[in-house]
Design a protein around this ligand. Structure first.
Ligand code: NAP
Length: 349
């Protein structure tokens, strides 16, 4: 693939709807002339793309909380970029901005709110990696899921699946910061588990890929979890249901284990545990909580500036690697937020 010049824009567009596991060949790279700027618009050079498992769902032609990405459309994605031209009073050339700018090197934006938020200016002193992780969609998801939905409180015993991922790692730390008595994470691989106990301050981490999950859960949660924050669903949710305390809360944040399944497996086998243990199970979607983003960002920024919140990011490089970088999420290769760096800011700051 050729490098683009300042007159062309490279884009990754959806070529075909994936069946089962998403493949790089489901996308195609096209080049087109740089778009012309209209009134009240800005032209943004994308610097970092962010990747989320939900992107797999956006490729299915089904009704969901946002419309599917259409065949031939630029793949939807959040990013941080730099304004290189502006005809909008709220954005100046050189500003760093964050929004749903898609898998492309340059994007036009108008600052109007879309279904997934509006173009935000990155505050001075905030690195793009942090803006897209702890202070981005996954940090906010962790915050609202743990505090508003899970209502984490002092004395809780908290279990988090997908704990070394972008959402799980922040959610688990929020539980600790809000006074949970014990926080246990589940993650794939020893490196992730080591990060959870040594950097993120969890009390224990279980490597579900190489350890006996059922036994470890029983050992680590002898009285059961009062709160389970689930990012993965499937067999891990089933095991967790067997290790809940009576009256416990289950926050359903996501179910990545099923996102690439052609045929969905039957639902949780242990669902009767919800009855027997009198559990409360609540799902949520971040976009319903944007109105409270100020409160969340205030708390998250405070913890970050006090050095109380460890942030992990996995930064790949090169626009040509965009589809491969999405696949890393489903292969469990990322520790923390999966990002792809496209460029340094073209305008010195
Ligand atoms: P992430 O956790 O940073 O990355 C995905 C991780 O999922 C991988 O690193 C891998 O970690 C794990 N995984 C992949 N396949 C798996 C499988 N078959 N079984 C168990 N674990 C598997 O991604 P994220 O962006 O933070 O998203 C985490 C979850 O939150 C996803 O389910 C996502 O859809 C959900 N989410 C929900 C909302 C909402 O509004 N409700 C918003 C954002 C995200 P391991 O190595 O540990 O397996």
């Amino acid at each position: 693939m050729n490098q683009s010049d300042e007159h062309t824009n490279r884009q990754w567009r959806l070529r075909s709807r994936p069946v089962g596991m998403v493949r790089t060949s489901d996308f195609e790279c096209v080049e087109e002339p740089l778009p012309a700027l209209g009134d009240n618009q800005v032209l943004v050079r994308n610097l970092y793309l962010a990747f989320e498992p939900a992107m797999r769902g956006w490729l299915n032609d089904v009704k969901s909380y946002v419309p599917p990405v259409g065949i031939g459309e630029v793949m939807r994605a959040s990013s941080v970029g730099q304004v290189i031209e502006s005809r909008h009073p709220s954005y100046a050339v050189g500003d760093l901005v964050s929004g749903m700018l898609g898998w492309q090197e340059y994007a036009l934006a108008d600052g109007e709110p879309g279904p997934m938020g509006r173009l935000a200016t990155v505050p001075d002193g905030i690195a793009p990696e942090v803006m897209l992780s702890a202070l981005g969609g996954t940090g906010l998801t962790a915050y609202f899921g743990m505090t508003d939905i899970g209502e984490v409180r002092e004395g809780d015993t908290v279990l988090v699946s997908g704990a070394a991922g972008a959402t799980g790692s922040v959610a688990a730390q929020i539980a600790r910061l809000r006074g949970a008595e014990r926080v246990v994470g589940i993650a794939g691989g020893p490196e992730k588990c080591q990060w959870l106990t040594e950097q993120a301050g969890l009390d224990a981490a279980i490597d579900y890929k190489s350890e006996n999950l059922a036994r470890r859960l029983r050992d680590e949660l002898p009285h059961g979890a009062s709160l389970f924050f689930d990012n993965v669903g499937g067999p891990i949710l089933d095991e967790a249901l067997l290790n809940m305390a009576q009256g416990g809360r289950v926050v359903l944040c996501g179910g990545i284990s099923g996102y690439n399944e052609e045929e969905l497996p039957p639902g949780p086998r242990n669902y009767m545990q919800i009855v027997i243990r009198r559990l409360t199970v609540r799902g949520f979607i971040l976009i319903d909580h944007f109105k409270d983003a100020g409160r969340a960002l205030g708390d998250l920024s405070g913890w970050l500036s006090e050095g109380q919140l460890a942030v992990a990011t996995d930064v790949q490089e090169g626009f040509e690697n965009t589809p491969q970088t999405l696949l890393r999420l489903f292969e469990g290769k990322n520790l923390g937020k999966q990002l792809l760096k496209l460029a340094d800011p073209p305008i010195p700051r």
